[in-house]
Design a protein around this ligand. Sequence first.
Ligand SMILES: [Zn+2]
Ligand SMILES: [Zn+2]
Length: 188
Amino acid sequence: MLTQKQFDGVVAFHGHLCPGLAFGMRVGEWAIEQFGCAEDEEVVAVVETDMCSVDAIQFLLGCTFGKGNFIFLDYGKNAYSFFRRNDGKNARLMTRGGLVTDLREEQNKLAPDDTEARHQIQHKMIDRIMDAKFEDIFTITPAQIAMPETARIHNSIRCGNCGEQVMATRIEEINGNRLCIPCRKKLL
Ligand SMILES: [Zn+2]
Ligand SMILES: [Zn+2]
């Protein structure tokens, strides 16, 4: 179970409490139990969505974009993988869906200006997500990708077109010209 302090911290970090965030809190709760928190890149999270839920994971696990142990794959899937560096332990959580489908349908029937009823349904969704058993919320399988490499500092190279400094791994040589990604896109 998350502590009240963790719960309040997540809501403050995200800015509001919503069903998506509640879902992320359950994913984070499971991941903390299984993997512990990320101290100095110990735990890596790979998320396949950029919805509300990922804020809970960043806050609870300490996996952040800037530390390089939070990786976003733009697949539009409600799926979250975790890796622990010291022993290679890993898992992928994929939403089962359907947990709040009936409430969502109820919500869709409401008039757009019926904010009070909307609010009540949102609360029902959040309660249901927070009270559900893990196995009713998501499936748990081994990760489907290899553990991401450790974040490294790369040299910078000047793009031959725009002249801006670019991480060496993002430069590609085309017809003898070393180009950054946006410049390559313009030329191709
Ligand atoms: Zn939200
Ligand atoms: Zn460029």
